[in-house]
Design a binder for this molecule. Structure first.
Ligand code: NAP
Length: 248
């Protein structure tokens, strides 16, 4: 319970999936956690209740991260409640898959706005406070497809590659103020985003994963909690794979 004691964290898209697991893990490690959601208030409340039952503290904040006015209000709420922020996890993400030839401009814009612009807006919301206190952790949830590309996911892969470049730029801009920025690149993780795949597709995927299984949200949360801690203070500008060696 001590590793992140006294730290204040925001996890975007924490109502379910990987974001929820990260919120629960950061809270278990002692941080106060702001649980951001967009549509699923009930699920965000369940995540908050789980944190409370485990003896932790949280705050629920609704915002569509692609809208600057909503992100501004979210930060105003967090900063007036907790008087600062120490850890930002940009996790909110969507997919709108189609081959490039069939991908609509709307679907391109929606995925880039949520996954990439959303992270940029949240970094802007958090960074001034981190600069002032000379301590901060920014962790962006990218994907292995942001490194390798993936047919049918031009918008998503571009957003995830953009997140890596955003991460490295932030690491260079604010490293001198003791703020680290890292990306994590998960492979296939068992959440709503992948459980819609057929059993046959999942079997085929598993055959390409040396560890022989899909990852869990808790696997990703463990890495994020480490990157958020003091122990990871000399790690910055990295894109760290968490994929059962799928990408090697
Ligand atoms: P998920 O189960 O589909 O959950 C997505 C989360 O993002 C939800 O909490 C959702 O909130 C939130 N969200 C979506 N659009 C939002 C917006 N505009 N503003 C604020 N929140 C928004 O996804 P997941 O599988 O946990 O994925 C989490 C992150 O990991 C994503 O960035 C994804 O790209 C990345 N990732 C996932 C995998 C995988 O295999 N699952 C692999 C690599 C990377 P609501 O519930 O309120 O809609």
């Amino acid at each position: 319970m001590e590793k992140l004691k006294g730290k204040r964290a925001l996890v975007t898209g924490a109502s379910r999936g990987i974001g929820k697991a990260i919120a629960l893990r950061l809270a278990a490690d002692g941080a106060k956690v702001a649980i951001n959601f967009n549509n699923n208030q009930k699920l965000a409340e369940i995540a908050a209740e789980e944190i409370y039952q485990a003896g932790g503290e949280s705050l629920i904040v609704k915002a569509n991260v692609s809208q600057s006015s909503e992100v501004d209000s979210m930060f105003e709420h967090i900063l007036t409640t907790w008087d600062g922020i120490d850890i930002l996890v940009n996790n909110a993400g969507v997919t709108k898959d189609a081959l490039v030839i069939r991908m609509s401009e709307e679907d391109w814009d929606e995925v880039i706005s949520t996954n990439l612009k959303g992270a940029f807006l949240c970094v802007k919301g958090a960074i001034q406070h981190m600069l002032r206190q000379r301590w901060g952790r920014i962790i962006n949830i990218s994907s292995i497809v942001g490194v390798a590309g993936n047919p049918g996911q031009a918008n998503y892969a571009a957003s995830k590659a953009g997140l890596i470049a955003l991460t490295r730029t932030i690491a260079r801009e604010v490293g001198s103020r003791n703020i680290t920025a890292n990306a994590v690149t998960p492979g296939f993780i068992t959440t709503d985003m992948v459980t819609s795949l057929s059993d046959q597709t999942i079997e085929t995927i598993k055959q390409n994963i040396p560890l022989g299984r899909l990852g869990t949200p808790q696997d990703v949360a463990g890495l994020v909690a480490f990157l958020a801690s003091d122990e990871a203070g000399y790690i910055t500008g990295q894109a760290i794979g968490i994929d059962g060696a799928m990408a090697i």
